[in-house]
Design a protein around this ligand. Structure first.
Ligand SMILES: Nc1ncnc2c1ncn2[C@@H]1O[C@H](COP(=O)(O)OP(=O)(O)OP(=O)(O)O)[C@@H](O)[C@H]1O
Length: 497
């Protein structure tokens, strides 16, 4: 790994969230979504930079700043948070030189935006951070290299590390292989392919490799991407005639982590591109790690030459965890999220939910949220009540996104068109976010597929909705009740066929 060189690029995004350097593009999209009268306020605005959770927006005068900080703040912060997939606050600075400018050029090619990824990590350009211009209530000091370092990592999910990964007989081998690969990228097994059913920790392992590589080799360029995003980016690159940029993005890395390759099935052109990416990286001894929901030989609509390449390295599978591992996962989750639940309740949940760790964690969150809202202790009676609703007797019929959308619309008294349409009224946004959360909980659909069901929304919007509702479940009784009632209705209807 001696040849690693740090170009200052942020590591890739967990599930493809936009990075700090993408503020310009994100801001442009947000401005486009506004009503014309609101847009007028932002004509001369200029996104300056995004530091951790604060986006700095420059405007020409105090009056405009007042508008942004007043009536537009909520909406703009919601939109920024939604698109970045985390809470973003806005700080508004005044830059009088914008007064005379035409509407700022937000096009990527001509933008004045400072791209943190090319500006050098340790020397943020003077012009990006001007604390004296920023509203004093906001903390935008980014001088600490430590803080900047952690901000650079944010696109890999910080929770998905080897430390938080519980090892059991079902995943001991893939875990060991993942550690080996992270310790000696390009040398141990190349490629490493981990396959297994949904919700068994494949994505967690991929991110853990990314974190560990970066902690061992601080200059390593690690890129994480789902195959779905890889495909979408490839299509966009062709459309925008930017194939070179696309190629550089994926071929100029030390470790490429690519999730859910089953999505490449049947996509001939993307497979072709991926084949060349694979060869370039492999020839240069760069590490490739892949996950799939099936063994490669069962990826029937994948070209032989790709399948064949996947077999060059190590193929290993994750199995559903045994009871002990499930209990250990719940214990770890409870400790990490400071959820209090006695051992018998953890065992009970672990005994009831056997095949999907995402559901296992979801059940623990529901039980503790219910207790929290009722100011009750978590005990067996309470756990039984909550889980009875969650797990029907005699197996689970399939729940479709169409059913979830129809029931969510009916429950909130809105039309399906509105629920999946562009309108952003508060009531609608909440209903939509609950619908997206339920699709994540009750179906196996990927984030982009859920986004597609809700009017072609971006997958980061779904991710944000999922996180937000998970959080609100424990904080707001109304949300907990709505989610529980709606879950019951959806399950009832699915059983009725
Ligand atoms: N061994 C483990 N220890 C701790 N947490 C785990 C473990 N395995 C999975 N999890 C947790 O379970 C959840 C689902 O895991 P993950 O998203 O990695 O599954 P996946 O196999 O990639 O599923 P999908 O194919 O649906 O994307 C995550 O929150 C993850 O942290």
């Amino acid at each position: 790994m001696d040849d690693l060189n740090d170009t200052g690029h942020r590591p890739p995004g967990a599930d493809g969230l936009p990075g700090e350097a993408d503020l310009g593009q994100v801001w442009r999209a947000i401005v486009e979504d506004l009503q014309p009268n609101q847009r007028a306020w932002l004509r001369a605005s200029e996104p300056v930079t995004l530091h951790e959770s604060t986006a700095i927006i420059a405007v020409p005068n105090d009056f405009t700043r007042g508008q942004l900080e007043g009536r537009l703040r909520g909406q703009l912060e919601d939109s920024l948070s939604e698109r970045f997939g985390r809470e973003i606050r806005m700080a508004v600075s005044v830059n009088p030189s914008l007064e005379d400018t035409a509407p700022p050029a937000l096009d990527e090619e001509t933008s004045q935006l400072v791209d943190i990824s090319t500006a050098g990590l340790d020397t943020p350009p003077e012009s990006t951070v001007q604390p004296d211009l920023v509203a004093p209530t906001r903390d935008v000091d980014a001088s600490s290299s430590e803080r900047r370092g952690s901000a650079l990592e944010t696109r890999l999910n910080p929770k998905y590390t080897f430390e938080t990964f519980v090892i059991g007989s079902s995943n001991r081998f893939p875990h060991a292989a993942a550690v080996a690969v992270a310790e000696a990228p390009g040398k141990a097994y190349n490629p490493l392919l981990v396959y297994g059913e949904s919700g068994l920790g494949k994505t967690h392992l991929l991110h853990a490799i990314g974190h560990y590589v970066r902690s061992l080799y601080s200059n390593a360029k690690v890129r994480y991407v789902s195959s779905e995003e890889f495909t979408n980016e490839f299509i966009n690159a062709i459309r925008d005639d930017r194939q070179d940029r696309f190629k550089r993005r994926y071929r100029d890395v030390d470790v490429l982590l690519i999730d859910d390759i089953q999505f490449l099935e049947g996509k001939t052109q993307t497979q072709e591109e991926f084949f060349h990416t694979f060869n370039t990286l492999h020839n240069a001894n760069k590490q490739i790690v892949l996950t799939s929901d099936r063994a490669p030989k069962r990826l029937e609509a994948l070209e032989d030459r790709l399948r064949n390449r996947f077999e060059w390295g190590l193929i290993t599978d994750v199995q559903p965890p045994d009871l002990e591992t499930r209990i250990a996962i719940l214990r770890k989750k409870a400790a990490m999220d400071r959820l209090t639940a006695p051992p018998d309740v953890l065992e009970f949940i672990a005994s009831k939910i056997q095949t999907n760790i995402r559901e296992l964690e979801g059940a623990l969150i529901r039980v503790t949220a219910f207790a929290n809202l009722n100011r009750q202790e978590v005990d067996m009676t309470l756990a039984e009540i909550v889980l009875k609703d969650l797990i029907p007797e005699g197996g689970e019929p399939e729940i479709t996104p169409a059913l979830i959308i129809a029931q969510t619309a009916a429950y909130f008294g809105v039309s399906i068109e509105d629920l999946t349409g562009p309108s952003r009224g508060r009531h609608l946004v909440m209903a939509r976010q609950i619908g997206m959360y339920l699709c994540r909980e009750l179906t196996q659909l990927s984030l982009p597929k859920i986004g597609a069901q809700f009017g072609n929304r971006d997958h980061t919007t779904v991710m944000y909705a999922d996180r937000k509702i998970n959080q609100l479940l424990a904080e707001r009784r109304a949300v907990f009740n709505q989610v529980s009632e709606l879950t019951n209705r959806i399950k009832m209807h699915s059983r009725q066929g």
